[in-house]
Design a protein around this ligand. Structure first.
Ligand code: SF4
Length: 333
């Protein structure tokens, strides 16, 4: 965003003009008449530069392909340099955005993790995914759960969050920062002017299994992760969303369920269980929906608020990273 602001200033924009241009962009599809009325008050140099600036903003994120599904529309988004990321339009005006091309965490059940990190997204590229989605329909909630680990691109993601929570018009609790549990997140998030809600990728209560499934996640034990989450939830008043990709025969055992009850019963949070989205080359299976529903009911009975969610894009074969993997074939180790 800093580069973008600098670009506007060098075209003659004062702080108020700058905010207006960025607001129009972030909200997408302004009424042409209203837009012209606003621009009438801009300095001449800015008016002259605006068409080129608007082209540059549009080039930050373009739709390479769109894939409709029952539970959301997946967009394969081309960035200005041709790199591809994914955004998902979720039910109830939600949008899932990517924060990196590829990802260094290497989760064993995720297609994005197979490539390693390719590059970081700039904050403007993250906001551009929201502007792009808003050109199709309303966006009132943004979750940072697409490609990438937001904590590994922390400055850019926090900048995007601050922008979206102010100029971008998204309620703070409707911005959801997702992480595998980087300690820097617990230091930085409470200090920001816009405090997002927090989602923590738990996936198992067993430390050794978590190290296997999330090989390059910080070595925070599940107990410490939940303790940090609980602190943040109490400080902000937003419940933590604990993410759990349900892997058949791996993290759906009776011991795991006991571990979940031990860690999460009575905590200020909700457990989101998402049955694994089967992908060619990944060595896991998806449990049946009936089995997953039974697990969710059992946990609920035992005091853990549990929501069972369909993987977004399951029916269009597009779990996280799969659209990009099909567009850019990769070799799985
Ligand atoms: Fe990265 Fe998230 Fe995929 Fe793990 S699940 S490899 S953190 S994108």
């Amino acid at each position: 965003m800093a580069q973008l602001r600098q670009r506007l200033r060098s075209a003659g924009a004062g702080p108020a003009h700058e905010q207006r241009v960025l607001r129009l962009w972030a909200h997408a599809r302004p009424q042409q008449a209203a837009k012209r009325r606003i621009e009438d008050f801009f300095p001449l140099s800015l008016r002259a530069a605006l068409p080129a600036i608007e082209d540059e903003l549009a080039a930050l994120a373009r739709i390479a392909s769109a894939h409709a599904g029952e539970d959301g529309e997946r967009l394969l988004v081309a960035l200005a340099d041709g790199q591809l990321v994914e955004s998902v339009l979720l039910p109830r005006d939600g949008l899932c955005v990517s924060t990196q091309v590829g990802c260094a965490v290497g989760c064993r059940f995720c297609m994005t993790g197979t490539t390693g990190l390719i590059r970081q997204l700039g904050s403007a590229e993250i906001v551009a995914q929201v502007a792009l989605a808003r050109s199709r329909r309303a966006v009132k909630k943004v979750v940072f759960m697409g490609m990438g680990e937001p904590a590994h691109n922390l400055d850019a993601v926090l900048e995007a969050i601050e922008f979206l929570g102010t100029v971008g018009g998204i309620a703070h609790k409707s911005l959801v920062f997702s992480t595998v549990g980087d300690p820097r997140v617990f230091e930085r998030l409470p200090q920001g002017p816009v405090k997002p809600a927090l989602a923590l990728s738990l996936h198992t209560t067993r430390e050794a299994l978590r190290a296997e499934l999330l090989p390059r996640a910080p070595r925070l034990s599940p107990e410490d992760l939940v303790a940090e989450g609980e602190r943040y939830a109490r400080a902000t008043g937003y419940p933590i969303q604990y993410q759990w990709t349900l892997l058949d025969g791996v993290n759906d055992t009776p011991e795991e369920l006991d571990g979940i009850v031990r860690l999460l019963a009575g905590k200020y949070g909700v457990l989101n269980m998402i049955p694994f989205n089967a992908a060619e080359g990944l060595p896991f299976a998806r449990p049946s929906w009936e089995r997953a529903a039974e697990i969710a009911r059992t946990l609920h009975r035992r005091g853990v608020l549990t929501k069972l969610r369909q993987s977004a894009g399951q029916d269009v074969d597009g779990g996280c990273g799969q659209l990009r993997a099909r567009a850019v074939p990769i070799r799985i180790q």
